[in-house]
Design a protein around this ligand. Structure first.
Ligand code: ADE
Ligand code: ZN
Length: 343
């Protein structure tokens, strides 16, 4: 078996994926035409940007193009289909309610469509998906409380946690202490984007003030050796996305010895690998695994460890997690017994 095939077949979880960032350029163009959203560039040039704010401008346009429940169902099904093809068995999917509310789309329309897309993907591919509505940190804590009210008012079993995303550098986590405290007291899981374009302090504050045990990205942790040690002791999980770093962070070369994800793995941090906004960064989940394998010279056994660390970090009940852990582990050992040939 080729290494590419091993990476694709490796059972994986996807814990850091944004629904709206998972829309292909052609579906984006279709939906923009359908819903009369003007696009600034030809389709082939839409998905190119050099920093986080520029990326978020296009991401907001994708959001504006998804209007009806049928649109939500379509983009959810297509996103999960690509996950399944990349070998993902379980997905925790972020979505951005504020960006649709801004265009008059109700939370129930979004949820209805997304749940329908999830049902269809599960039926066709067996892929299991749970949801993480995320608050844009740019909107402030008052809007954050309203966001949480909305999520709690239409609480669904498939909505398992909340996230915090958008432009990090000017919007640190501290104002969200109360919102996160309330979310946790309501039994929601919590995660936050930190240390992507913002400093190590944002990683520390997300852990200490917001109470998260999972950090999305987290790369600037490498700037603070004491924080690295603290995160190792506490078993903090970092959901890293290699291709995203090339456009939104200061680490633009995956082959460089100083790349943050490489340093995080070498430091022994609990790193899991994900795809963030795959078509928008021209990637897929299996390609993200292949990138770390090739650039950081990781063995197939090391990829097994990363895949199972992802499962361990998932917000699943213990019974399912343990059952999948033994099944997946045995399945991966079977793959490892075959001769793995360079691509
Ligand atoms: N929303 C989608 N992708 C994101 C990223 N990489 N950082 C912050 N917010 C995002
Ligand atoms: Zn993200």
């Amino acid at each position: 078996m080729s290494l590419a095939s091993f990476v694709q077949q490796l059972p994986k979880v996807e814990l850091h994926l944004h629904l709206e960032g998972a829309v292909s350029a052609s579906t984006f163009a279709d939906l923009a035409a359908l819903n009369s959203v003007a696009l600034p560039k030809p389709t082939a040039e839409l998905y190119s940007y050099d920093n986080l704010p520029d990326f978020l401008k296009i991401y907001d346009l994708v959001c504006a193009s998804i209007k009806s429940a049928a649109d939500f169902s379509r983009v959810t099904f297509e996103a999960l289909e690509r996950c399944a093809v990349a070998g993902a068995r379980y997905v925790e999917l972020f979505f951005s309610p504020h960006a649709h509310l801004a265009h008059g789309v109700s939370y129930s329309t979004m949820l209805g469509g997304v749940l329908d897309g999830m049902r269809r993907a599960k039926e066709k591919y067996g892929i299991v998906c749970k949801l993480i509505p995320a608050h844009s940190r740019e909107l402030g804590p008052e809007r954050g409380e309203q966001f949480l009210d909305m999520v709690l008012a239409e609480r669904m079993p498939d909505v398992i946690g909340i996230g915090l995303d958008y432009n990090e550098a000017p919007f640190p986590p501290a104002p969200y202490v109360k919102m996160y405290e309330r979310a946790r007291s309501e039994g929601l899981n919590v995660t936050a984007h930190a240390g992507e374009s913002g400093p190590a302090e944002n990683v520390a504050d997300s852990i200490d003030l917001l109470g998260v045990r999972r950090i999305d990205h987290g790369y600037h942790v490498v700037d603070d050796p004491a924080l690295i040690e603290r995160c190792k002791e506490a078993g903090i999980v970092f959901t890293c996305c290699p291709s995203t770093t090339l456009a939104t962070t200061v680490w633009r070369d995956l082959a460089a010895p100083g790349h943050a994800i490489r340093r995080m793995i070498e430091a022994g941090l609990n790193v899991t690998i994900h795809s963030d906004d795959p078509p928008m960064f021209a990637t897929t989940l299996d390609r993200e695994y292949a990138l770390v394998m090739d650039n950081f010279a990781l063995s197939p056994e090391a990829l097994k460890k990363i895949a199972l660390a992802g499962l361990e970090a998932a917000w699943l009940d213990n019974e399912t997690k343990q059952a999948w852990m033994s099944e997946w582990s045995a399945e991966i050992d079977g793959l490892l017994k075959t001769e793995l040939l360079p691509n």
